[in-house]
Design a protein around this ligand. Sequence first.
Ligand code: MLC
Ligand code: AMP
Length: 521
Amino acid sequence: MDRPHNLFAALRAAFPADLDATAIESIAPDGSTRHYSWAELDQASARIANLLDAHGLEPGARVAVQVEKSVEALALYLATLRAGLVFLPLNTAYRSSEIEYFLQDAEPAVVVCTPAAFSWVSRIAFQAGTQAVYTLGDDQSGSLLERAAHHAGTHTPAPCGADALAAIVYTSGTTGRSKGAMLTHGNLLANAVTLKDYWGWQQGDVLIHALPIFHVHGLFVAIHAALLGASKMLWFAKFDPAAVVAALPRATVFMGVPTLYVRMLGEAALTRAAAANMRLFISGSAPLLIETFRAWQERTGHTILERYGMSETTMLTSNPYGPDARFGGQDERRGGTVGFPLPGVDLRIAGATDQPLPAGEIGSIQVRGASVFGGYWRMPEKTAQEFTADGWFRTGDVGQMDARGYVHIVGRSKDLIISGGYNVYPAEIESFLNELPGVAESAVVGVPHPDFGEVGVAVVVPRAGSRPQPAELLAALKAQLANFKIPKHCVLVSELPRNTMGKVQKNLLRDAYGGLFSTIK
Ligand code: MLC
Ligand code: AMP
């Protein structure tokens, strides 16, 4: 094993000397607050780590978690790292068929769910061979904390190497099954250190944390940077634009997906004065429209810093934080671009045979570096396909690097819709739609949406003699799939446009339905 490299130990080492200071101020929807000190965060994660240790699990055992956002849920994440186990976060919107797949595939030793979901989640978990199912509510309720309270508030982090698995993050597949991206302690720590430096993390920074903590953005990018920077977090369990705008004067850094910026721009209270204390606004997970970038600049006087990443790699590129020597010391955050490859990331634009293309040409974005994952959980063939012969990871994004080195994302080779920062795979929705009574075939395409950036539209061909109701089709989907995956509109057509090879021409469908939401404000 290489040198001890527990990610928790690195985060813990960055805690401030004054452990009684507030680490997290959790702000409830009614405005009431609860303060958690650094010492409390340390002790809460130690107690849960000791509870996990008591199960005597092998290193690499999985801890699958589907709970509402809370500081205790964060302590559970830290505890899992601390115990040298593998954290497997699950979107709270996932329904039973989705959870069944993840638990059967990952075979977690421990599952933590909400008290309300215990009966159905535990049934699935025990069938998948799980040893223990705990519950955790967003009000400190549940068996996890009850049991952890019996354990000591100190714990020595498991001495794992940089290659030890820290997390498995499932990303849906363009075809077939979801894939679990395996991220190591080394992957996550490398990215965290880079981001803290690149974004000029400063003493006294206060981060507004209003993203979910079951995806890379809220869980790794935001939390690791704040903890490594010994920064206080203002913690919102659910994004509320008015509450976040009201918190700006007490904060210095905000991270969000573009939808959050769009919604905050809808608040009259968002003004230059309200944002005067802020140092940095960061956007990612989906394309930030240039109109949003400009409107934000005009309204607040701040230039949003856009960055780009993915679950398999964590963060890959970023616009520069501050004056960059390459441009004569001018601050050059450019809207419509995702900036430069981060230090430690190699990025190339490649052609059809994986050959690097010159500046200005459009091709596939391929990457390698310390933060790039090692592969998909129990899918060696899929992993091999996603890496080139010379070891570069195929992101599935299509882009261009301009003469100054800025990366522009111009499209995706993967059939994917990014809606409000969540990924929705048309193939998955189509496979469910095609099983519904009265449906002969279907195609799901992404179209522009003023709030979510992009949303799905289902185009359905009924079976001969059937006339299924679009609303009923969507309701049937909703019974089986996470709500954010449900197309926002469904139309019936007599046939799908196909090319001479028989492939559905989704571009024609996108053109046909692209204006559906353009007038919605
Ligand atoms: C909610 N809905 C969505 C949706 N979120 N539909 C499409 N896309 C979404 N993202 C559904 C709801 O279920 C509801 O349907 C209806 O749309 C309206 O919901 P809402 O009340 O407006 O939604 P809200 O709860 O406010 O959530 C919106 C949101 C949330 C933008 C705050 O989606 C969110 O937190 N997004 C951030 C996602 C994120 O963190 N992504 C990072 C991935 S990591 P109904 O029918 O129930 O009424 C990654 C890597 C990287 O990509 O680079 O960072
Ligand atoms: P995920 O699989 O959820 O990690 O989503 C990763 C995908 O989100 C990437 O492959 C991109 O397609 C997209 N993405 C992330 N950041 C950006 C960005 N700033 N601009 C455009 N697309 C982005």
